[in-house]
Ligand binder design. Structure first.
Ligand SMILES: [Zn+2]
Ligand SMILES: [Zn+2]
Length: 255
């Protein structure tokens, strides 16, 4: 899942500042990262190729699959928001399976710019692992071009959400014109919108594909309602309730 975002390897409460100012070993892609990223890309391409094959071979209408693909793009943004909110607010570095990501997200709040110096496969391999393992059986078993169109675009957007996230932290002058155009058209999450996530009270703008859900989720206080519900039901207090959220404050300004 998408917003399965950063994996870093150190304790975020004791981060060495120098580690985040230069490209260090933890930001460099390994061959394992590249293999998972290639696997994720192949998996998404197989979903989309099978969608096309089934449409053409079975004379199915294009419009249904196109609409499903669009819904996949929209829902991927929501999925990244829910995942990002959960990882930001609950658990710790010791939590099973998700502990390293919880730790990495906290590190990202303290050093937001560090994401811009991570190499591509290093940044995307965790969502690529999830996409490859979850979608491969679907590709094998599913023969409906509408559902496959949804799955392919949803998975692709989830996997690349971390790249869109990195671009949202990159100064405009360093971005290709096409990326700036996509951000300005709100096709991918914009720099200004995501910057609000890194400002007090650190509890908004969690979605990182297009950001289309952010306004609705924040205005409706959707996540606040979930937090109140979880606190009442199981006594779990979200990190965003901490005042003054010192754990989330950047060490210095974001780019
Ligand atoms: Zn966050
Ligand atoms: Zn960020």
């Amino acid at each position: 899942m998408a917003a399965l975002i950063e994996l870093q390897h150190k304790n975020t409460t004791n981060i060495s500042t120098s580690k985040y100012h230069n490209q260090e070993s933890w930001q460099v892609s390994t061959w394992a990262h590249r293999a998972w990223f290639a696997g994720g890309c192949a998996t998404v391409l197989i979903s989309l190729a099978k969608t096309l094959f089934l449409i053409i071979n079975n004379s199915r209408p294009w419009v249904d699959s196109m609409f499903a693909a669009f819904i996949g793009y929209v829902m991927a943004d929501l999925a990244t928001g829910i995942y990002h909110w959960a990882i930001d607010n609950y658990g710790s570095a010791k939590t099973s399976i998700f502990g390293s990501q919880i730790e990495a997200f906290q590190g990202h709040h303290q050093q937001p710019w560090a994401i811009t110096t991570r190499q591509l496969a290093n940044n995307l391999y965790i969502p690529a692992v999830a996409v490859t393992t979850a979608v491969t059986p679907i590709n094998l078993l599913l023969n409906d071009p509408v559902l496959l169109g949804f799955v392919g675009v949803f998975a692709g957007c989830v996997m690349f959400s971390q790249l869109f996230h990195a671009w949202a932290h990159t100064p405009k002058r360093k971005l290709p014109a096409a990326v700036v155009a996509l951000q300005d058209a709100r096709i991918i999450v914009g720099r200004v919108q995501h910057a609000a996530h890194h400002r007090p009270p650190y509890n908004s703008n969690y979605c990182i594909v297009s950001g289309v859900w952010n306004r609705f989720l924040d205005k409706s206080k959707f996540f606040v309602a979930l937090e109140v519900l979880f606190a009442a039901a199981i006594g779990a207090r979200p990190r965003s309730w901490n005042d003054p959220n010192s754990d989330w404050a950047p060490y210095s300004g974001i780019h």
